[in-house]
Ligand binder design. Structure first.
Ligand code: NAP
Ligand code: MG
Length: 404
């Protein structure tokens, strides 16, 4: 059998600890036998980030902008303990933060659904994808305690020095608290475009919600920017794709999500996304089954697993012990990136290979063979918890049959 030939390189960002070990296994056992991998390789492992003064992270993000698609392994975000452990020159910033800033992207978290692992909300038979606007609001706030007898006002000084004032509250009858928050039109617009791009890419409808009935200027601005960009740039494309953009109030969105069967993308303001992404992720079960895609407003994609480097398993592995680390989200990061490359470069064999890789993975779990974290959740009677090697071996066998 001849291997599938790629046209444009895929940006490959290698990472750290247990996920780095699994990364190599996935490539060798599941991908390289079928695809003549053409990647531009960036080693984002902490040792190499430190050696390059973190230049490699910036270079990998620039390459992603150039080629359009990347796949990333989980990486260590250094803290004081890591500085000591790796004898780092500096406490380097989070690679995900650096890449997101360069791509101006939004992160979409999507669970992988398998039979036997039922979400806590049993009607959620399809994935709910959460997008969180990662700029502003209470995450960049200014707040104060206000003593009794004070008057608090909002003051804006324009470029010519003219002041506009509005009373927040007169604290003459008691002390209290105030908070100043902001957002930026351009950031909201980037968020909206990333959301509409991703909805088209996934062919799924997208919901956005805020509290514009109460916040008639602030939240209303979000609603208006989304509506303007949708009408002028995306409406026709959505009609062609048979998907919709739906705006509602945040409390109505929560009620509808709970009653839904899933299968939608839910775009959230910063705080709503922080809270709801934890709720949705927990409801679907394992971190090892959660994927994450960073999408830029101009349609550049970076695929990864949502979990970290699984440090605890890595230390066992270093001692020569076998671990039952779940590789599924990392496999789906690869399949997502290869499918996108196949779509953009018009290589149907590559797209079809990505589908088969996902099918082989899901069929393996549904046949009862899975890693420990999934076995703890699965309701299958014949379930068997196996080490990562055996699990990957079982997927490789199925994939071979599918590819024949
Ligand atoms: P983690 O790597 O996600 O792991 C936390 C725990 O969740 C694990 O100890 C394990 O539980 C379970 N788990 C997560 N993924 C799993 C998988 N694939 N298979 C089986 N179990 C899994 O988070 P962390 O331990 O807090 O962070 C470790 C490192 O990852 C940190 O240095 C952090 O900076 C980094 N991190 C990177 C990213 C990223 O690159 N996107 C994201 C988050 C964290 P048990 O131990 O109970 O088995
Ligand atoms: Mg949170």
């Amino acid at each position: 059998m001849s291997k599938i030939i790629m046209k444009t390189p895929l940006v490959e960002m290698d990472g750290d600890e247990m996920t780095r070990v699994i990364w190599k296994m996935i490539k060798e056992q599941l991908i390289e036998p079928y695809v003549e991998l053409k990647t531009e390789y960036y080693d984002l492992g902490l040792v190499h980030r430190n050696a390059t003064d973190d230049r490699v992270t910036v270079d990998s993000a620039e390459a992603t902008k150039k080629y359009g698609v990347a796949v990333k392994c989980a990486t260590i975000t250094p803290n004081a303990a890591r500085v000591e452990e790796y004898k780092l020159k500096e406490m380097w910033k989070s690679p995900n933060g650096t890449i997101r800033a360069i791509l101006d992207g939004t992160v979409f978290r999507k669970p992988i659904i398998v039979k036997g692992i039922t979400p806590f909300i049993p009607t959620w038979t399809k994935p709910i994808t959460i997008a969180r606007h990662a700029y502003g609001d209470i995450y960049k706030n200014t707040e104060m305690r206000v003593p009794e007898g004070s008057k608090a006002e909002l003051v804006v000084t324009d470029k010519d020095g003219n002041e506009t004032r509005a009373l927040i509250h007169d604290f003459s009858s008691g002390a209290g608290i105030i908070q100043g928050v902001h957002n930026i039109d351009a950031s909201i617009a980037s968020f909206a475009r990333s959301c509409f791009e991703f909805a088209l890419s996934e062919r799924e409808s997208i919901w956005f919600a805020s509290k514009d009935t109460i916040s008639k200027t602030y939240d209303h601005r979000f609603k208006d920017i989304f509506a303007e960009i949708f009408e002028s740039e995306y409406k026709e494309k959505f009609d062609e794709a048979g998907i919709e953009y739906f705006y509602t109030l945040i409390d109505d969105a929560v009620a509808r999500i709970i009653r839904s069967e899933g299968g939608v993308i839910w775009a959230c303001k910063n705080y709503d996304g922080d809270v709801m992404s934890d709720m949705v992720a927990t409801a679907y079960g394992s971190l090892g089954l959660m994927t994450s895609v960073l999408v830029s407003p101009d349609g550049v994609y970076e695929y990864e697993a949502a979990h970290g480097t699984v440090q605890r398993h890595y230390y066992k592995w270093l001692k020569g012990e076998k671990t039952s680390t779940n590789p599924v989200a990392t496999i789906f990061a690869w399949s997502g990136a290869l499918r996108k490359r196949g779509e953009l470069d018009d290589i149907p064999e590559l797209t079809s290979y990505a589908d088969k890789l996902e099918k082989a993975t899901i069929d393996t779990i549904e046949s009862g063979v899975m890693t420990g974290d999934m076995a703890a959740l699965s309701k299958l009677e014949n379930k068997r918890s196996v080490y990562s090697e055996e699990f990957l071996g079982a997927i490789a066998e199925r994939l071979e049959k599918l590819m024949r």
